[in-house]
Write a protein that binds this ligand. Structure first.
Ligand code: SF4
Length: 306
């Protein structure tokens, strides 16, 4: 077994070629994991790449629902996750029976589920959305149709603000990483750096979003930082995004609004685990056909919108 990072990276690269595998990494991964990836992106970009690549083996460096979404869109490919225990607590906040029960209570409502859900929840939903396209997905529904938005209430509020004529029912889920940031955290960060632009992820609470100069998904934050002439930015999303922000913008300064913006689940993936899964071709993420066939409809409906 390699003993240092250089040896690990060398062995990962060698085995990746041997296995004809593609390594995909989410922006919230450890820097060294992002650096060995063939492609880095948000959950939607990664799933699209997973579906379009000719590679037959995909190593998905992220949390479980992301690998599952790749498996939904890529039947026939081997989807590996370096640590099966890396799960998203937000995705665990709503289950398929929860959605079935809500559908009985809200007949005629369209169910929009955030991509941060299990395949079984996607199978119960009409359409999937991401943090980049939630408002757009709502707008695509017939006028007057009520919306059940699961599971992230903060993203739901954000989409609802851009669709004020629509009636919403929100599931009471939240991302514990983004939701723990308070308005006071933003005020304190701004006082320390008054010239900085504040950019928040829509999983943050509405009062935090209100204090930000811009609200955007991870890929949207990268775009904003690239295009905005400001030199200083206060970032209100998970710490891992700083790695790409700094790489892409060497002359600019990026600081987190709070040191609490770290997702321990995302940090479970290590170089050692990436290597082990290339050696063993496991653990695999598979979605049973009946669930996949229903879930893929909701995912493809979103892909046709955005
Ligand atoms: S940052 Fe939040 S939404 Fe993303 S994986 Fe962690 S808990 Fe889930």
């Amino acid at each position: 077994m390699p003993v240092n990072n250089e040896q690990l990276v060398g062995e990962i690269k060698r085995l990746k070629q041997e296995r004809e595998a593609l390594i995909l990494s989410h922006y919230y991964q450890l820097s060294e994991v992002q650096d060995i990836a063939d492609f880095i992106g948000d959950s939607l970009e990664l799933s699209r790449r997973a579906a379009s690549t000719p590679a037959k083996v995909l190593v998905f460096c992220g949390v479980h629902f992301m690998a599952e979404t790749a498996a939904i869109l890529s039947p026939g490919k081997i989807v590996l996750i370096p640590d099966l225990e890396a799960g998203c607590p937000l995705a665990a906040m709503v289950t398929a029976p929860d959605v079935q029960e809500m559908k009985k209570r809200l007949p005629g409502a369209a169910v929009i589920c955030y991509v941060n859900t299990t395949a079984a929840v996607k199978a119960e939903s009409d359409v999937v959305c991401t943090s980049a396209n939630a408002a757009q997905v709502v707008k695509s529904l017939p006028p007057g149709q009520k919306v059940l938005f699961v599971p992230d209430k903060n993203l739901g509020y954000h989409a609802a603000r851009q669709n004020p004529d629509r009636e919403f029912v929100f599931w009471e889920g939240y991302c514990h990483v983004h939701d723990r940031i308070s308005a006071e955290d933003i005020i304190t960060a701004r006082q320390a750096n008054p010239a900085a632009m504040v950019v928040a992820h829509p999983e943050c609470r509405p009062e935090v979003v209100d204090l930000a100069d811009e609200t955007a998904s991870t890929s949207g934050i990268l775009r904003y930082a690239r295009e905005n002439p400001a030199r200083d930015f206060i970032i209100v999303t998970e710490q891992g995004l700083l790695h790409q922000l700094r790489k892409e913008n060497p002359g600019k300064s990026f600081n987190l609004a709070s040191p609490a913006l770290v997702c321990p689940e995302m940090k479970k993936i290590t170089l050692e685990k990436v290597l082990r899964c290339l050696v063993t071709l496991g653990p695999r993420v598979e979605v049973p056909s009946p669930v996949r066939e229903r879930a893929v409809r909701a995912v493809e409906r979103m892909l046709n919108i955005s």
